[in-house]
Ligand binder design. Structure first.
Ligand SMILES: [Zn+2]
Length: 287
């Protein structure tokens, strides 16, 4: 799943390539991906893209102040850019393409989604905050106004595991399963630590790790074309999706905890005093 750094990379790329261009045509191949009907998507035809913005893990392509194409790539969605958009017709139901957008210089892009569980979401709105996922977003951790004390206030009193809290878009915008693993590894903190019980020193360390991990990943993603962003993300990971490999910090073996639809990775030596974490939901089934 693309998270804040990849979405930021996509947004910067679209800022360079799509802003200033006029949308000539849109083709919706996966009707379920289009979540709105007013304004109709045809309202975009003939509209000039004036701005590309990231809000959490959403991309907002604005055509002036009152017309916005908003998309969220979800778990298996991606953007494929074409300097010359293919002229072939897309056949609904027989393609990973959910939406095709054609621009006036012959370029354009597809939003694609792999797999059978479809959750890529496209909205055409007069105000980005009409999109429920955007209205719910917590503050952005790389926003200048997001300080260590902002972070401490978000953690205060929450009796939830820190891993889940970092991924909760209503608490903090933009972090998903991969970067929460990386942030917790950098902070040498257990994913199961309870937010409300963190000490001031824990919060200092976690905040610094969050800022550094995200800032570095955004720098890595900036200036890369969409096709290179997934590999760049994978290369930067120390523990996420690296089960069985050696932790680059201490050499211990990276371990996983499995959930129904995902896993988390961590280093026991760096994060849990050497103790493997119990897989509370599935461990009995996996044996
Ligand atoms: Zn380690």
């Amino acid at each position: 799943m693309p998270e804040m750094p990849e979405v930021q990379g996509l947004t910067l790329f679209l800022g360079e390539r799509a802003v200033g261009r006029t949308i000539t045509r849109t083709s919706v191949a996966a009707i379920a991906a289009l979540k709105t009907y007013d304004p109709p998507i045809t309202a975009l035809h003939g509209a000039e893209i004036t701005k590309a913005t990231r809000l959490g893990k959403f991309v907002v392509l604005s055509c002036g102040d009152e017309l916005h194409l908003v998309f969220h790539l979800a778990k298996a969605g991606w953007l494929r850019w074409y300097d010359t958009l293919p002229a072939t017709l897309i056949k609904p139901g027989k393609t990973p393409i959910a939406l095709r957008v054609a621009l006036d210089d012959g370029s354009g892009f597809d939003l694609t989604e792999a797999g059978t569980k479809k959750s890529l979401a496209v909205s055409v709105v007069r105000d980005p905050h009409e999109v429920p996922g955007i209205a719910r977003l917590g503050p952005d951790p790389l926003d200048e106004s997001f300080t260590r004390d902002t972070f401490a206030a978000l953690l205060d009193g929450r009796r939830t595991q820190i891993k889940g809290l970092l991924r909760d878009q209503a608490v903090i915008a933009g972090i998903g399963n991969a970067y929460s693993d990386e942030i917790l590894h950098a902070a040498r903190m257990s994913p199961y630590a309870i937010a409300a019980t963190l000490t001031d020193a824990d919060i200092d360390r976690l905040f610094a790790s969050m800022q550094q991990t995200l800032t570095e990943a955004v720098a890595e993603a900036s200036g890369k074309p969409p096709a290179d962003l997934k590999d760049a993300k994978r290369r930067g990971m120390q523990v996420h999706a690296r089960r069985g490999e050696a932790c680059p910090v201490c050499g211990d073996t990276v371990r996983s905890v499995f959930f129904a639809d995902r896993s988390l990775e961590y280093c026991p030596t760096c994060q849990t005093n050497g103790k493997p974490l119990a897989d509370r939901r599935l461990s009995r089934l996996l044996r």
